[in-house]
Design a protein around this ligand. Structure first.
Ligand SMILES: O=P(O)(O)OC[C@H]1O[C@@H](O)[C@H](O)[C@@H](O)[C@@H]1O
Length: 238
């Protein structure tokens, strides 16, 4: 075992928000404000933590909108990527959330978890290949702002997922694309994820190891959805 990983592992595929950076809470807040306003107009109960975990966390932006609205039986037209944030379409709602997220990030900044920075450095020093695989289309700027871009050899994100027509998490496609970009077989790659949809994707892709990162008191659910091990912070694996 090196860095808490089986010896066969030669590459690390890190999710971003909630694994490397503390931005998951910013996403959650932006989603809650967006959905609560929409639900209030319809006299529906508010967006809950469980709604976030089940329908939105880890999924590409518009998939999250679709999944959550379907769970409340709210039907909106699909619209298109360029819809303004005010539009009552799936894309408009997603764009509204993104506008809010950008405001929150501008106000509060982005910080990496110290234990994750130490782990990523140790992985690089141990000669492991490193990719970031995230559903977020904001990944490039979050990686730059957190000074983590220097460690990343390949990135699959919300932009490349749309460009290449990949299925989002919980499908394994984005992680498979990350392994491919590094030139590594999935069986030799470890997936690091904090979202249930993410560990599910790790299991579905038959990756060599799946690390669940529990930032939200959901260790059992991470394990039952596909994590081989669950830690509260990557420093535990050092
Ligand atoms: O809206 P973005 O930045 O493209 O992000 C899409 C998703 O990215 C994931 O990393 C987050 O867990 C989700 O909360 C978010 O919805």
């Amino acid at each position: 075992m090196t860095l808490g990983l089986p010896d066969k592992i030669t590459a690390c595929l890190f999710d971003l928000d909630g694994v490397l950076t503390s931005t998951a809470v910013l996403h959650r807040r932006a989603w809650k404000r967006t959905f609560d306003a929409l639900l209030a107009q319809r006299g529906e109960p508010e967006f809950t933590e469980s709604d976030y975990v089940r329908f939105v966390d880890g999924r590409p932006r518009y998939d999250g909108v679709r999944e959550f609205l379907a769970s409340r039986k709210v039907v909106l037209p699909e619209g298109g990527h360029d819809d303004p944030p005010e539009a009552d379409t799936v894309h408009g709602v997603g764009n509204r959330k993104n506008e809010l997220l950008e405001e929150i990030i501008a106000e509060e900044g982005v910080s990496p978890y110290p234990g994750s920075v130490d782990y990523v450095r140790a992985a690089r020093d141990a000669g492991l290949a490193i990719a970031v695989v995230t559903s977020s289309a904001n990944a490039e700027k979050v990686l730059e702002a957190s000074d983590l871009a220097q460690y990343v050899q390949a990135r699959v994100d919300g932009v490349t997922i749309v460009r290449d027509g990949l299925k989002g998490k919980p499908a394994p496609d984005s992680f498979l694309a990350g392994a491919e970009a590094l030139g590594v077989e999935p069986a030799r790659a470890a997936v690091f994820e904090d979202a249930l949809a993410g560990v599910q994707a790790g299991r579905a892709g038959a990756f060599g190891f799946v690390v669940g990162v529990d930032r939200a008191g959901q260790a059992d659910a991470l394990a039952s959805h596909g994590a081989d091990v669950v830690v509260a912070d990557l420093a535990e694996l050092l």
